[in-house]
Write a protein that binds this ligand. Structure first.
Ligand SMILES: [Zn+2]
Length: 401
């Protein structure tokens, strides 16, 4: 793999041993569509390690054995690529990038992201905005990235919007991030300019500790995507940009409650199909409605009926992605037995007590936040959420077993 940056344009050429079908770090198979993309606002003098790690978030799935950058990287980044992926990276010759002083939030506008932002009210936002690729037809016109950008601007926070077409480098399963970490490509390139030493993501306990929703259903302390000691965590840290999960210790029920109780609540948006608010018709809206109804302790309010596609997955037996939240909702939503979740209910024996651990914070998630930002998260969780008891911690650590 050979990588070239021209301003904010990333071009990459596959080597003989590389392949256009690969796997993202979450195991998802992906296929390459095109070998270039643009990231707006990239300063030409950004540290070479930042260019390298930003490029890696796009080219990792296609790279087998070696990668050659167009400028020398530090030995630290080369070692992180070698240890994490078995890839020979070079040329080596730059001084490592020192950690910046500030934490930014990678702001998507979803409930988890808003909750993460509420932990650090002074943190600037970096918002990734998808724009069309000049050579790839846009088959995703219903996705309203302009709506999100507008909402992000209204939050009143210091905000940098990064525009990029990098999602169109993916042909299959559809346009999207080649790696989940590609959402951070713009923030990485801006890290020197914004003096960033950490980037906060809205990944919650399910993604960090319970197997990442869609793909696994087991306790994952060594999560390769989001643990600080996982390969991505070590790579980001080697470029002086730590991965921080402010809400990594709490469930989506808690992030929903925090988001709806925060001063950013008017700007929460988890579905981009609707033109004015969530569409209420898609699978994601149904899942989030179950959580919101549980948090607000009210009956389910959805136009989706049992014969519709988004309802069908809940007739099949578990495991499900986000199963902990399904259990939480089934135990709490009044009248759930008269909704499209009636069948799902038969698969579980849940109660408020058996799902109460999902209302508290898992302490190891705070321990792994870098020292510079740890106390603030700990104080926030103590005041707004409360920590798990030892019994509740065991619920996390035996999840899926
Ligand atoms: Zn929707």
């Amino acid at each position: 793999m050979r990588v070239t940056w021209t301003g904010g344009e990333l071009t990459f050429r596959l080597g003989a041993e590389d392949e256009i079908t690969g796997h993202a770090s979450d195991g998802h198979p992906v296929k390459l569509a095109t070998n270039s993309c643009v990231i707006s606002g990239a300063p030409a003098d950004a540290h070479p390690d930042l260019f390298a790690v930003a490029a890696w978030t796009v080219v990792a799935p296609w790279t087998r054995r070696r990668i050659t950058f167009d400028r020398a990287i530090s030995a630290e980044v080369a070692a992180a690529l070698h240890d994490g992926w078995g890839v020979e990276a070079g040329p080596v010759g730059a001084e490592p990038r020192p950690d910046g002083a500030r934490l930014a939030i990678s702001y998507s506008g979803g409930a988890d992201s808003v909750a993460a932002a509420s932990v650090y009210p002074e943190a600037p936002f970096v918002h990734f905005r998808r724009v069309p690729h000049r050579r790839v037809p846009n088959r995703w016109p219903h996705y309203r990235s302009d709506v999100l950008a507008k909402l992000a601007r209204r939050t009143g926070r210091e905000l940098t919007i990064v525009e990029s077409d990098l999602e169109y480098t993916l042909a299959e399963p559809r346009p999207g991030y080649p790696e989940h970490h590609a959402v951070a490509a713009g923030a990485l390139l801006l890290a020197d300019r914004l003096d960033l030493g950490g980037l906060g993501f809205g990944y919650e306990m399910g993604s960090r500790w319970l197997g990442g929703g869609r793909y696994l259903h087991r306790y994952t302390p060594d999560n390769d995507l989001w643990a600080p000691h996982g390969r991505w965590g070590r790579l980001f840290a080697s470029a002086g940009m730590h991965i921080v999960l402010p809400v990594g210790g709490v469930s989506e029920a808690v992030t929903m409650r925090l988001a709806l109780g925060s001063d950013l609540k008017e700007h929460v948006r988890w579905c981009l199909r609707g033109t004015d608010g969530p569409c209420r018709e898609c699978g994601k809206c149904l899942y989030k409605e179950l959580i919101q109804a549980a948090v607000e302790r009210r009956p389910l309010d959805t136009p989706i009926t049992a014969d519709r596609a988004p309802a069908r997955k809940w007739f099949k037996p578990p495991p499900y992605g986000g199963q902990e939240m399904i259990e939480y909702g089934l135990a709490r939503v009044p009248g759930i037995e008269h909704t499209l979740f009636a069948k799902t209910l038969e698969y579980f024996d849940v109660s408020e007590e058996s799902t109460g651990w999902l209302d508290h914070c898992y302490p190891p998630a705070i321990d792994e936040i870098p020292a510079a930002w740890r106390d603030q998260a700990a104080a926030f969780m103590a005041a707004k959420v409360g920590f798990m008891t030892d019994d509740e911690r065991r619920r996390v650590e035996t999840w899926g077993s």
